[in-house]
Design a protein around this ligand. Sequence first.
Ligand code: ADP
Length: 370
Amino acid sequence: MVTTEQVMEALSTVDDPEIGRPITELDMVADVRIDATVVTVNVRLTVPGCPLKDRINADVTAAVRALDGVEEVAVVFGTMTEQQRAAVAAKVRGGATDDAGQPAIPFNDVDSQTKVLAIASGKGGVGKSSITVNLAVALAQQGYDVGILDADIWGYSIPRMLGVSGRPVAFNNMVMPLQGNGVKVISIGFFLDSEKPVIWRGPMLHRALQQFLADVHWGDLDFLLCDLPPGTGDIAISLAQMLPKADMLVVTTPQPAAQRVALRAGQTTAQTGMRVAGVIENMSSFIAPDTGTEYHIFGQGGGELLASELDTKLLGSIPIEPRLREGCDSGMPLVIGDPEAPAAVRLREIATGLGRRSSSLVGKPLPLAI
Ligand code: ADP
């Protein structure tokens, strides 16, 4: 006859689909009864009428049914009490709060192993979001756990570029990020009516960002990429103040005018404690597919110049690639859709460099939330 321990072990392979943790760890298994070959599992749902009840039912049944000596599985559902839910939320969150009693930003913890990269640009349209998405996916392809915080509040475009839509699930004041192409993502776009402009004022935006950092269950990320709004506005400064350990990557196009405004964005780090970790030049040139001739449509040398002015390195130059734009529009990042395209190769090289630079962190034990 099967034992309770064996059933519990099988149940520890079943994740809650929303929270992404084993149901045993979340105290969702209220009781297990074994009657010869029949096993009854009482599952406590975190919310009544949980939309994923059927999925949990199927997963629990399959896991227990696979055990030797089990012929029938019955799953009985109940709901957690408010107290039980609060206990689980505290467990998932890790219970950390800041001095003001607010949920703490885990990335500022001295033991945090997450490399936070803020992607900035002087003006819109230089490819900051496209690069954020492709770098994130390239890092995920290299085996890192990666998240994107879309902080480009007015011009949010990450969900579309990553091919993710929907509304994240909230659980006792904690929000579960959505996931696309192997990358976790949270964006203001998930919480807004896409037809309406964002009319929030500074304090609300500040609070939203604070929540995105502290109340989202990011898990143990290796990299968090923050797509900043273009320029040197409040949001960029707010975020820099919330993430003093972050490094900034500045994206520019090669022409002098773009490079000059990007310089101002990079210089905000002097006021905020962030460090500029490098410059990425985008739309560097266009290589004609028929002749192979390279055209410097937007001029030359802006990335190099910006890097030297910010006393940092040029991490790479990415050519104009129509398939990159098409991929952004269709939610299929170039590094997945066309990994051998020259722009994809360059993006991967930059990602490899970023990974290498934080590789001293890899292999160290990750801080556990519980
Ligand atoms: P930003 O975030 O700086 O406002 P986006 O990433 O939204 O810029 O890019 C602006 C537009 O340019 C998008 O349509 C994007 O697909 C396109 N784009 C960005 N980089 C390239 C590139 N290297 N080649 C071709 N199109 C690009």
